[in-house]
Design a protein around this ligand. Sequence first.
Ligand code: NAD
Length: 353
Amino acid sequence: MSSAKKILITGGAGFIGSHVVRRFVTKYPSYHIVNLDALTYAGNLDNLSDISGERNYTFIRGDIRDAKFIDQLFKDGGFSAVIHLAAESHVDRSIDMPNAFAETNVMGTLNLLNAARSYWTSNTEDHLFYHISTDEVYGSLGESGFFKETSAYHPNSPYSASKAASDHFVRAFGETYGLNYIISNCSNNYGPNQFPEKLIPLFINNIINQKELPVYGDGNNTRDWLYVVDHADAIDTIFHFAERNQTFNVGGNNEFRNIELVRLLCDLMDRKLEREPGNSQRLIRFVKDRPGHDFRYAIDANKLETKLNWRPGVNFKEGLSLTIDWYLKNTEWLKNVTSGAYLKFYTEMYEDR
Ligand code: NAD
């Protein structure tokens, strides 16, 4: 690919997207990064305040559900590549409003694909549609085994069903129209700037405020965790070096049962907040399990390791400690995002049950 690139990153004001935008803007001054984000409840330009004035960065507020707008954006844009992260991303919300997930995650992705297909007519090998997806498309594992790139799709929540559908559309555009694509399916991310509806920042916030810690079911559900900066690093590596029209699993090789993770978090927080040992664990409360709650996700990231020599750089305890420090330092950010609409959602989700 040529070095003068104009890259569209969608969802760049969100959690993972903001880390990807920062990485590309700062590491590749010869690229121009256009961040397209609708700024839903999960999008926050404060996540990018440190780079917002950079010459190679532009923010556009816009909605991927708006096909006309997306078509015009591509017509005028001259993008050589898209890194597509914009999505409705919270499983709990998808249970209450599945249509919103189909509209953004499926139709929004389709709008981007149609526009790419329309305007990327020459030098197709210079173009790339890189779709960021989740390991949740594979469904649930038992006590053993790992998801491979060849595992069958078996989504169980409206969120994972919408991501699975979007993955299929991306691959189908590759097969049918010759669009260059890559899909990566990653495990659970954690780190700075994650909206506190997701487990780790939700519990950090609750521990700070001495609120209960609602753990679904018996707490034995198991997830693999990856530090968000490592995910941005993997995306960078895959974007630049992976063979086109391939899928890559990205994982942290770091499985935890939810309850083990919550206990570890409680102990770390007690130490950092200089509270009595055991203080935060007293806040744990087991609540009715989520419908369709997948038991275990675990990633086999061997393809990424062997083909691109990529491995995560941050170990889990270090990443968790960095994450807690970030939330303790950014109480204003936390206060801003947990006010208003979010509080209503949280009360309905956890406190009224
Ligand atoms: P997020 O909810 O923090 O951010 C999503 C961003 O997309 C927000 O900035 C939001 O404003 C924007 N957005 C939502 N709807 C939009 C629309 N219609 N038009 C334009 N922008 C819109 O999500 P995240 O956790 O950063 O996840 C980013 C991507 O990575 C998603 O595609 C998600 O499926 C995938 N992913 C997430 C994880 C994880 O653990 N968080 C793991 C694997 C894959």
